[in-house]
Ligand binder design. Sequence first.
Ligand code: XLS
Ligand code: MG
Length: 347
Amino acid sequence: MAADYIFSFGPWNISEGNDPFGPTVRPTVTWADKLKVFKRLGFDALMFHDDDIVPQIEEKSWPQIEREAWEMKRAIEGEGLVTEVTAPRLWEDARTVDGAFTSNDPKNRQWAIDRAKRCIDISNVMDCGIVVLWLAREGTYVREAKRAIDAHTWLLEAVNAMLAHDPKIRIAIEPKPNEPMDHAYIPTIGHAIALGERSSDPKRVGGLIETAHSLLAGLDPSDDMAFALAFKKLWSVHLNDQNGLKYDQDKSFGAANLRVAWNQVRVLEEANYPASGGMVAFDVKAMRTQKAEVATKHLENSRRIFLHLLEKVRTWDRRLEEQYVAARDYEGLEMAVLEHLMGVGRK
Ligand code: XLS
Ligand code: MG
């Protein structure tokens, strides 16, 4: 029996509902109130940006940052929660307007590396061994604006600087093919793992796969996960959904592609993913139309859909699957899967 799954989400997954075309529609939920939601919804872990733990981090000295990180650690422990991953926020500061690790300005590249190192220090206070790199602004709007060969060398240098900063920290690269960039560097898990293999300590560089990011790259999230799992490089997942190639929707898990969601749960279960220490984060956003009193249903629904699909995976007739595979009758196999998912057909 696979170990039980531990679920997490981040403070940004409870939001006021603003989007690029409209202002907030819900009142801000205070951090103290957000903290109480996790256990109530069946979550046992959080994912944090560095400045979720220490707001206005750029204005603070390390002793103050360390003090605030300890305060946060005590606060989440008081709620029975652990930190799943941390992530340096390398996409809002003015110094990252032209990229962070791949900025054309070497001073900004250095700032980004220093910020990532600080995130590692904060992660150690939070007793969290994984720092996630979502390379949001590493890419171009205009190809000719950067020398892409140099950019990839700088990305490797940044990863190596992080590995040199701490002997134990592990780095999970979260690939995404675009948005906010027109084209992002390291767009797929293949690029991420290849970069890790060239690093100074490949066993400490792995990946985080987000459903929507695989779909935006025209790939299947479960196959991306299988690729990383095969090489023991899947260290976190951001489960959500995406309804076609458009802006990153961060829809509830399974909300647009139930069969694609089933196969993500199926491959995680096949690999006994929780036994490796991997947790399941839902990087999801409430619809802007949700009223405040129901603005956490995207988190609740995602976890419930995951558990429904886990039950479907665990009750799936593997012998029947083997028979169809042996007969190379994949139409029959597909119908059996669909009827199983719909709860109809053979008993
Ligand atoms: C993008 C990233 C982002 C988090 C982690 O999907 O996961 O949502 O901020 O850096
Ligand atoms: Mg994500």
